[in-house]
Design a binder for this molecule. Structure first.
Ligand code: ADP
Ligand code: MG
Length: 409
């Protein structure tokens, strides 16, 4: 087994890693760090929760000159929540370096960010929109940048940050190191890498993603109009510690929230792009401190969720793309959680093709979970291209008292 000692790190860095409590590098760290600390451009692909942040933070801390009062590394990340998590991880790992990364995100007072920049931090972490804003105000100068990190590159492009990212990259010196981290590598990410990176090294660990040992994944065949009953049954059966229910549209999320809210009263929130930042923060906080058990979300905001207690993902609607499936399910079964996660995907009999796309993407056939009394009309089955489907486990119904609010169901 590879240890941090094998990665060629400084003694100061090793002290910091020990104090954070990491004993062994994760696979992406073991492969990515040795390339990145040579100064080479590098692309790292691995599923959510595999420790990609430390994989680039450690090379940053090893590369920049901690005595120079200038911005030397910039990390771009898609959402405020993810930026905050990167900044927190960097702060932990930089405990021995006397260096405090500056967090530059929207929805926060720009005044305090301007002040932080006056103190010439060596590392800045932020969302592309706010970073551009600060460049335009003349507060952030990228002329001395040594390293640019594009974190969660696929999500940044999904949100439409491409023009902003390109503008920022053009402001950075051509002589720099560029690192790119992504859970998925679609054509858009590859184009970005081709244009802005120089013969990058490639570490692709996506093959083993969301393995069955980490997340048990099932699908349920269900008619559209019985999805709600199935969801209620599932919640009773599974007693999730914390669950995220994914809907395809904002309207769908709101409708489901209203319907569930009537019965559950507390413990359920819906979150989507229309929600004000203040509200989103409140929901994320509650999710993190465990007071919120059930969250209904759309893909747009789902990517900001990075919480270790999530035990269940329920895909109430199929995701738009199989990459979205990987992102959704990547929310659970995380490195830091002790219990394995479970993911359930609701599939209508017409959606066999979409299910197959997902199975090809994750390179694994999903077993079916059946619930008595919730069969489809005429018992219509899903047509799958590869149909070696093993006998689906049939689950019996049992009420639990773990979720007191469910009494009203
Ligand atoms: P990703 O960016 O790949 O989604 P993160 O960087 O957010 O994953 O890491 C997920 C969790 O794993 C974080 O809580 C982080 O502190 C923890 N972690 C990272 N590296 C290690 C390690 N080597 N050993 C133990 N925990 C780690
Ligand atoms: Mg990450």
């Amino acid at each position: 087994m590879i240890t941090f000692d094998d990665l060629g790190l400084s003694t100061r860095m090793m002290r910091a890693i020990r104090s954070v409590g990491y004993t062994h590098p994760t696979p992406i760290q073991a492969e990515f760090i040795p390339i990145a600390i040579t100064g080479k451009d590098c692309i790292g692909q691995a599923r959510t929760g595999t420790g990609k942040t430390a994989a680039f933070v450690i090379p940053i801390l090893e590369t920049i000159d901690h005595r120079l009062p200038e911005v030397q590394a910039i990390v771009l990340s898609p959402t405020r929540e993810l930026s905050e998590q990167v900044a927190a991880e960097a702060t932990k790992l930089a405990a021995e370096h006397n260096c405090q990364p500056a967090l530059l995100v929207g929805g926060r007072s720009i005044g305090s960010q301007l002040k932080m920049l006056e103190r010439c931090p060596s590392i800045v972490v932020g969302t592309p929109g706010r970073v551009i804003d600060l460049i335009q105000r003349g507060a952030l100068n990228l002329a001395k940048i040594k390293m640019v990190i594009l974190d969660e590159a696929d999500r940044m492009l999904d949100i439409g940050f491409r023009p902003d990212i390109e503008r920022i990259l053009r402001k950075c010196p051509a002589q720099r190191q560029t690192l790119l981290l992504s859970a998925t590598m679609d054509a858009a990410v590859q184009r970005l890498a081709q244009k802005y990176m120089q013969s990058p090294g490639m570490v692709d660990l996506s093959g083993g993603e969301i393995g069955p040992s980490l997340v048990e994944q099932y699908f349920c065949t269900v008619d559209e109009n019985r999805k709600f009953s199935l969801l209620v049954r599932l919640l009773y059966e599974e007693r999730p510690q914390q669950a995220i229910v994914f809907c395809r549209t904002k309207r769908g999320a709101d409708k489901l929230h209203a319907r569930l809210g009537k019965r559950l009263k507390r413990n359920v929130e819906a979150i989507h792009g229309d929600l004000p930042q203040r509200e989103r923060d409140r929901v994320f906080r509650q999710l993190r401190d465990g007071s919120l058990r059930l969250l209904i979300a759309t893909d747009v905001v789902g990517r900001g969720i990075d919480v270790s207690g999530i035990s269940h993902i329920i895909n109430y609607d199929l995701p738009q793309s199989s990459d979205d499936y990987v992102h959704r399910v990547g929310r659970t079964g995380r490195l830091s959680s002790d219990s394995n996660g479970r993911a359930f995907t609701f599939v209508t009999p017409e959606e066999g093709d979409e299910l197959t796309q997902i199975e090809i993407r994750i390179n694994q056939m999903l077993p079916e979970m059946k619930y008595e009394g919730l069969e489809t009309v005429n018992n219509r089955r899903i047509k799958r291209h590869v149909d070696k489907a093993a006998e689906a486990p049939v689950v019996s119904f049992a009420v639990s008292d773990d979720w007191p609010d469910f009494d009203t169901l």
